[in-house]
Design a protein. Structure first.
Length: 512
């Protein structure tokens, strides 16, 4: 793709007044839909797809990209304020975003979220323009064997960022793997359906995520005392607190985190399959791994929000690499975007970059503009989002429960999903009483199909020889790193416990 000759025509397309209006509308609609439980990027794009029939190709794809990027950010708003993720990738910002908001700094948490997301989107778009062919080549190297190893690696890192006890984290992941086996098996037959027709298709991912993460919080909101809310509201009303603002100096301090998250998100996005959830998990884990104060993660620190949010939005541009260059959709959202192109008579593939004229470059300039508009909408909207955290639990709890039930019912118009939600939310609340985080359960549930389906395909390709599956260079490297990561999580837990014990001894006066 000759960037120099196509730049001015692409710029004219992107800055067309109608296209700018479509981008702005897409951002606003994306944020609004992303806030709702059950409406992630895929659902938002599917809902708005019919409206693209009356748009020209460039305007349609820019509109949909704006919706996709904004929906990924929108899901983080309820995740940070009320621990209710609107999208699957919004799981990770809960770890530090929710504690920061509950400590009286919701404005700062939301500001970091939007700035990180926009930075990740812009950096990944620039990376694409500079290295699209290389990223597409990397994506082709990941077949079923490599994706199986990616899934195993995703499970191996849960012990290093969830809680202080890796054993409980891995136990939660095992529970998630077990729940992922409900329904039809990729190896044939059905499992754990108990003659119930609604279980044949398994547990929907959105129901699982909403139940495990938002369900227990809804129960806690209804059970909490009114007295606790008055103190919380008082702290949130103190807008003069300097730590609740996000300045240029803070941005410069977090820039290395933004860069790391953006590179991880772009790389993961270029691989068909993992998606933004895996990118957010890896970015959070790597940020904690390289941090000088890893023990502070999970208490409400800036890096814990910036890393997953920047990687989350960086996936959008990264995922367009295999989609446009190879015609390979890496997720449901990207499949809808490809559907938009095909409906306009444009065939994705290598020739799109050589024969597509300025369209491809215009699309990515439009994505840059969408991120700029998202920044403006997000920063302006913070003042309207923050009051959600001030609502007393007595009112917020029942509203959240109703919102969750409506969200999972609207996902597929099935009352059985509401029943699943209630049962799984009760189970998640019980797990929290035993000190088992529900986040590893979610990760195990997400990674389970990736591991099983790709292992099945790899075994078919290798004619049942498991050794050949696990000894490909990339797969073997990832599996070795997985073992090292799992072992290291125990070593770090023991080391942290010793340091904590020693610190307590040092603080204890002699003779006490």
């Amino acid at each position: 793709m000759d960037l120099a000759s196509q730049f001015l025509p692409a710029l004219a397309i992107a800055f067309d007044p109608l296209n700018l209006l479509l981008i702005t509308c897409g951002v606003i609609l994306g944020v609004a839909l992303g806030v709702l439980p059950g409406f992630g990027g895929s659902q938002a794009l599917a809902l708005l797809f019919p409206f693209t029939f009356m748009m020209d190709p460039a305007g349609a794809i820019m509109f949909m990209l704006a919706v996709y990027s904004a929906a990924e950010y929108g899901g983080s708003i309820p995740a940070i304020l009320i621990r209710t993720p609107g999208t699957t990738a919004a799981v990770m910002p809960i770890l530090d975003g929710a504690p920061m908001a509950s400590n009286g700094r919701p404005k700062r948490a939301l500001s970091i979220s939007i700035v990180a997301g926009v930075t990740g989107g812009i950096i990944s778009t620039i990376i694409f323009l500079l290295a699209s062919s290389s990223l597409a080549w990397i994506g082709l190297k990941f077949g079923p064997s490599e994706m199986f190893a990616v899934g195993v690696f995703g499970l191996s890192i849960v012990g290093s960022f969830v809680g202080k006890d890796p054993t409980k984290a891995f136990l939660g992941a095992a529970i998630g793997l077990l729940l992922a086996t409900v329904g039809d098996s990729s190896f044939g037959g059905t499992r754990f359906v108990f003659d119930q027709a609604y279980l044949f298709d398994g547990i929907p991912l959105i129901v699982m995520i909403v139940a495990m993460l938002a369900g227990p919080e809804a129960f806690r909101l209804m059970l909490s005392l009114r007295s606790s809310n008055s103190n919380k509201a008082a702290s949130l009303d103190d807008n003069s607190a300097p730590e609740d603002t996000f300045s240029i100096r803070d941005y410069v301090k977090l820039l290395p985190t933004f860069l790391r998250g953006s590179f991880i998100g772009t790389f993961v996005g270029a691989i068909p399959g993992p998606g933004p959830t895996m990118a957010a998990v890896l970015a959070y884990n790597e940020e904690k791994r390289w941090s000088k104060t890893p023990q502070n993660f999970g208490t409400g620190i800036d890096e814990g929000i910036a890393a997953p949010e920047s990687s989350n939005n960086a996936v959008v541009a990264g995922a367009l690499v295999p989609a446009l260059a190879l015609g390979v959709p890496g997720s449901g959202a990207i499949a809808v975007l490809l559907g938009v192109l095909i409906s306009k008579g444009i065939s994705p593939g290598p020739t799109l970059f050589t024969d597509g004229g300025p369209l491809v470059l215009a699309i990515f300039i439009g994505l840059l503009l969408a991120n700029v508009v998202l920044l403006a909408v997000g920063l302006f909207g913070v003042r309207f989002f923050v009051p959600i955290a001030r609502v007393p639990s007595g009112f917020l709890g029942p509203f959240v429960c109703l919102l969750l039930m409506v969200g999972v019912y609207a996902f597929d118009n099935s009352f059985s999903h509401v029943v699943m939600l209630i049962c799984l939310a009760g189970f998640a609340f019980l797990l929290s009483k035993f000190g088992i985080s529900t986040l590893p359960v979610i990760l195990g549930f997400v990674m389970g199909p990736i591991i099983e389906n790709n292992l099945g395909r790899a075994l078919i390709i290798e004619r049942g020889n498991l050794w050949d599956v696990v000894t490909t260079p990339i797969a073997a490297s990832l599996l070795i790193v997985s073992v090292i990561t799992a072992v290291f999580s125990y070593i770090r837990a023991v080391r942290t416990e010793k340091q904590s014990t020693q610190a307590q001894k040092d603080e204890t006066p002699e003779g006490v």
